[in-house]
Design a protein around this ligand. Structure first.
Ligand code: NAP
Length: 283
């Protein structure tokens, strides 16, 4: 069984980006990410802090906007508009979730698609589904990098994605399709889930249910990618897959922690760097 080491692969990507950013600086180009947080949700503060640290390591300038919980939707939209027009800013990220008085969809749509490094704008999602260039949601993009850098072929393989959320399951399935996998998407209404997941050469699990996937769901020799992240009763992290139960059946698997998790920030950084290296044209 091969353990897919997301920590090592994400470090490798960050080092490559550090080099690319240094080269860009020599050409007089600075990469800049604006990160907006509304309120002080502790989990969001940790994520925002980790993004700032990654920017520092790679050499990306980061602008932090820590807005009060009672910031109005209009004030937030005005800030996004200002950042959209600022030529020095390459990427804009609004940390989700937002307080309930702010409409998340409106905020996501307000970010210019050319600075949408999270890949959540409907234009970015549309570009992915019709095979055009555009920003791709970071977690599923990270899964593809994990597979490629672990030399696991996707082309021609039976790929099953468990979960159909807008940020993981749907873009994941589009990316596997783009890599010429034969893709099936499962969700809470799928009948006979085990029968479908057992067909998978590559099984990507993103259902948000701790240790849901046991060996009864997995084909012998499959690659299993666990996107889920949970804290158990002992405050230890675990995924959507019961790692100990499936580890002797699979040929490769991501651990939690240290699998998909570290890839999300690495891919966000990659999107920031690519935003300056290429013009995104959605037309
Ligand atoms: P989500 O929005 O809650 O979506 C869960 C999906 O799983 C839904 O499509 C749902 O189906 C399906 N599902 C739920 N229970 C099911 C069941 N019993 N059988 C079959 N399908 C079922 O979750 P998400 O945002 O995609 O996140 C999934 C997990 O990934 C969470 O643990 C989250 O914390 C983690 N995550 C990790 C990262 C990272 O960086 N590592 C990033 C994002 C998310 P329906 O559509 O039919 O309801």
């Amino acid at each position: 069984m091969k353990l897919i080491d997301g920590k090592a692969i994400s470090s490798e990507i960050k080092d490559e980006l550090k080099y690319r950013v240094a080269q860009l600086k020599k050409e007089g180009k600075e990469v800049c990410l604006a990160v907006i947080q509304v309120g002080q949700d502790p989990a969001s503060s940790v994520y925002v802090g980790n993004k700032k640290k990654a920017c520092e390591y790679i050499g990306i300038n980061s602008l932090a906007y820590e807005l009060k919980e009672d910031t109005t939707e209009v004030e937030l939209l005005q800030l996004i508009d200002k950042l959209n027009k600022d030529n020095k800013v390459n990427g804009i990220l609004v940390q989700l979730p937002l307080p309930s008085h702010i409409n998340e969809d409106k905020v996501i749509k307000a970010i210019s698609p050319s600075k949408d490094v999270d890949g959540f704008h409907p234009m970015s999602v549309g570009a992915l589904s019709i095979g055009k260039q555009g920003f791709v949601s970071c977690t599923p993009a990270g899964v593809i990098e994990l597979l490629k850098r672990s030399n696991i072929d996707i082309e021609g393989k039976e790929c099953v994605v468990l979960g159909r959320s807008n940020i993981v399951g749907k873009p994941m399935s589009m990316l596997l399709l783009r890599e010429n996998g034969t893709v099936t998407i499962c969700h809470s209404r799928t009948s006979d889930l085990k029968e479908v997941t057992k067909r998978a050469d590559i099984l990507v699990v993103a259902i948000g249910k701790p240790k849901f996937i046991t060996k009864e769901y997995v084909k012998e020799g499959a690659t299993v990618i666990d996107v889920g992240i949970h804290r158990n009763e002992n405050n230890k992290l675990c995924g959507d897959v019961d790692f100990d139960d499936v580890k002797d059946v699979v040929s490769a698997i991501t651990p939690v922690p240290g699998g998909v998790g570290p890839m999300t920030i690495a891919m966000l950084m990659k999107n920031c760097v690519e935003s300056i290296e290429r013009d995104i044209d959605f037309c």
